[in-house]
Design a protein around this ligand. Structure first.
Ligand SMILES: NC(=O)c1ccc[n+]([C@@H]2O[C@H](COP(=O)([O-])OP(=O)(O)OC[C@H]3O[C@@H](n4cnc5c(N)ncnc54)[C@H](O)[C@@H]3O)[C@@H](O)[C@H]2O)c1
Ligand SMILES: [Zn+2]
Length: 402
């Protein structure tokens, strides 16, 4: 309620309303099979009785890895032309890090979409990795204050995390996602067959994020991942499909029921392992991929959790062993790198993370496998011990290869 003040001429009007968001997340294979109406049906889910116009945006990296894809997409729209109208030719958008470097590519996209005269009921269909989806999603949310967005994530991370959620953005001013909005999509179609062409580091990196949610949310899922570690490392499709499904389920549940879908508070429960991961990525000049950095970050935080009595030594060992069996690192030399004054460079990551959260430092640690607990104070010597432990483990592993 508004504070009393003798400057008020009239009583303040307390405005309040709620907006409900609903969107389906589909899990399919070969969505562009011309004889199958499933994808076309997604655009018709509100039964509005018109033929929707759809502008298609394609990740350039994906298109290069899948030279057949442009033909499949255009073939699909041709076969389904009684139900869908395609707006112009497919629009190519850079993939990976480049997609989100400043608003440059976003600006081009806005111009291109403007020339197609999309109206507010038109659609953007974005097919690509998490980076490209973040940027195209921002573009779609700005045109006419928001045209409808259907996402088709083409990476493991995109299908189980970034592509199913509500965040869009690009990097600017030296900050990740400095320009961005919370905007739920109209629908998400996870075509699991798109993952076939994904390079191995991205495939495994996505699995690291699955471990992340399993360790703080779902012991049974952790058990599944550790039993399928070898299958995931060997790129077995069925194991990956279940991984994607279960991981997406946990993320969607978190957004719907976690109480803070648009992240107004300063806790980021699903950022477990990320304070050091972000730092390691920067320290390595992005040589270490995000998922790989998250694996190391989780390993370190789990060592810390064990020292704090949150994990038993057996639980810690099973976590480290599962990550290794999946082909994920638990140690990188950057962990141990020191500044000229002898301080570990990594520890700056705690300060950066505090700033990123906007105030109070909040780290989520596993409290037993499958449950998360928030802590607000970190004992640096405990982290240093964790690093030393992982270093010795890496040394041992190097001496006795499998
Ligand atoms: N919005 C969110 O909630 C959220 C959450 C986590 C991460 N993110 C963002 O996601 C981004 C990382 O996304 P990502 O891991 O999906 O990778 P990515 O989008 O950066 O793609 C990695 C590379 O793979 C290529 N590619 C994509 N799909 C392919 C396929 N099927 N076959 C071959 N190549 C393919 C891309 O062109 C790119 O070169 C980061 O920028 C991060 O900021 C967003
Ligand atoms: Zn992450």
């Amino acid at each position: 309620v508004t504070e009393k003040s003798n400057k008020n001429i009239f009583p303040a009007i307390e405005q309040s309303f709620e907006v409900r968001f609903d969107y389906p997340v589909l899990f399919v294979r070969e969505a562009f099979d011309p004889a199958d109406g499933g994808l076309a049906g997604v655009f018709h889910r509100l039964n509005e009785g018109r033929r929707p116009r759809v502008a298609v945006c394609l990740d350039e990296g994906l298109a290069a890895a899948r030279p057949d894809l442009v033909g499949s997409v255009t073939g699909y729209f041709h076969a389904q032309s009684s139900r869908l109208e395609v707006a112009g030719a497919p629009i190519f958008f850079p993939g990976g890090h480049e997609a989100k470097t400043g608003p440059r590519h976003l600006q081009n996209l806005i111009w291109t979409l403007g020339n197609l005269h999309l109206d507010r009921q038109s659609f953007v269909l974005a097919i690509g990795g998490g980076s490209m989806l973040d940027a195209v999603g921002l573009g779609a949310s700005l045109i006419h204050r928001g045209v409808r967005l259907v996402r088709m994530p083409s990476t493991v991370l995109g299908q189980c995390d970034s592509g199913v959620g509500v965040k869009n953005g690009v990097d600017e001013h030296g900050q990740k996602n400095f320009l961005g909005v919370f905007a739920p999509p109209f629908a998400v179609v996870n075509d699991l067959a798109l993952l076939d062409s994904l390079p191995l580091p991205h495939w495994l990196g996505g699995v690291a994020e699955a471990y992340k949610v399993a360790l703080i949310r779902d012991a049974d899922f952790f058990d599944f991942l550790s039993r399928h570690a070898d299958a995931l490392r060997r790129r077995e499709r069925v194991a990956m499909e279940e991984t994607v499904y279960r991981c997406a389920q946990i993320h969607l549940r978190h957004i719907a029921t976690g109480g803070d879908p648009f992240e107004k508070g300063s806790a980021r429960p699903l950022d477990f392992g990320h304070w050091s991961a972000h730092r390691l990525e920067i320290m390595s000049g992005y040589r270490i991929g995000h998922g790989q950095a998250v694996a190391v970050g989780m390993a370190l935080d789990c060592c810390y959790a064990q020292r704090e009595g949150l994990l038993t030594p057996e639980a810690l060992e099973s976590i480290l062993a599962a990550l290794e069996a999946t082909g994920l690192p638990v140690f990188v030399p950057e962990l141990n790198r020191k500044r000229p004054d002898g301080e570990l460079e990594l520890l700056q990551g705690l300060e950066d993370f505090r700033e990123h959260l906007g105030g109070r430092l909040t780290l989520t640690l596993p409290d037993g496998i499958g449950t998360g607990v928030e802590i607000h104070r970190v004992n640096e010597s405990g982290m240093i011990e964790g690093i030393e432990r992982l270093r010795q483990r890496a040394e041992r592993n190097a001496r006795q290869p499998e």
